[in-house]
Design a protein around this ligand. Structure first.
Ligand SMILES: [Zn+2]
Length: 47
């Protein structure tokens, strides 16, 4: 079992406009839909 407990994806927050960006269908947004700022990559599971 390598999955983290919880299972609820945290909403991303735009570093520019500070708006919460919810992932839709489990797909994370790459750019802010509000100000088009590129969003930093979420913490990826390092091995
Ligand atoms: Zn934004």
């Amino acid at each position: 079992m390598c999955f983290r407990p919880g299972g609820v994806a945290k909403p991303q927050e735009c570093p520019n406009c500070k708006k919460k960006i919810a992932s839709i269908g489990g797909v994370k947004q790459k750019v802010c839909p509000f100000c088009k700022t590129p969003l930093p990559a979420e913490d990826q599971a390092e091995k």
